[in-house]
Design a protein. Sequence first.
Length: 294
Amino acid sequence: MTIVKRHIDHCTSYGIKAIYTENSKSTVDPGALQDVCMSNLSGVLRQLSLLARFSTDMFTELYDMSKATSQKVSSLDQRMQRINEKLIRLEQKKPADLFSPVEEPRIEIDDHGFTESTHNLFTSDKRYVLAKLYAETTLPPAVEVLDEFRDEGAGSSLKKYSDPEMFFRAWIKEEEERQKRKVEKREERKRQKAKSQKAKQNQGGVHSSDQQNLKASTNVNSTTRLLLIPDDEANAVSDSRAHHIKVMRKQKHESLKDIGRLHTTIEKRRKPTRIFNLEAFPLNETTAFDNVSS
């Protein structure tokens, strides 16, 4: 929540209230307009005086801040100079003295004694304007005397009158809403990402199936396509193409000849099957079986 440090009201708020209320009557004073103008003029002068005072306060605060910063810088400069002097004296010490069994008193840097605790969370660090606003605030009434009539305990009546945790609760509520919006936005991004990935997968599946079909349709046996070309078209193509077609046709013709020769060889090597007529031999089953086996 923004705290208004300096505020300038309208010029009419600094004038006499009775001058503005008399104009609402039925009878108007002839000099009322001049009174209103003078009141507005005095209000403008009051505004200018407040503006001058506020500007003086602002520049005074800036001057104090710059002065405090300059003092800190000068203090750090002095401390660094003292440290450098002590370090130079320590470096000028002989190396033999460093390894001597007799331990001499070491040079200690006691700069921590120069630091002062000048911070105070309640008085020093509070700016003049805030301290003035805090001093001008009206104290709450003595409502704590009503705590004995309430079951909540001490301080419950004062919380009903003025709740100091209101800003903290408002901040917590705003933070929870912000976190909720953040989670919703993250989930929405996840949903959009999953949706886009699913659409890409579906589109990729369709494209892949189309490409496979196209590839299967286009990847026809090149030998068959070449052999199906008529002679006039084969003569119309280039020499290398025509030669390739003739070679493929010759290979196919030779392969067909090889297949034919193979079938002929198989037929020649196949043995004839004996067929026995058992009715021509009126013997018993044992004798017939022996004859067939012999």
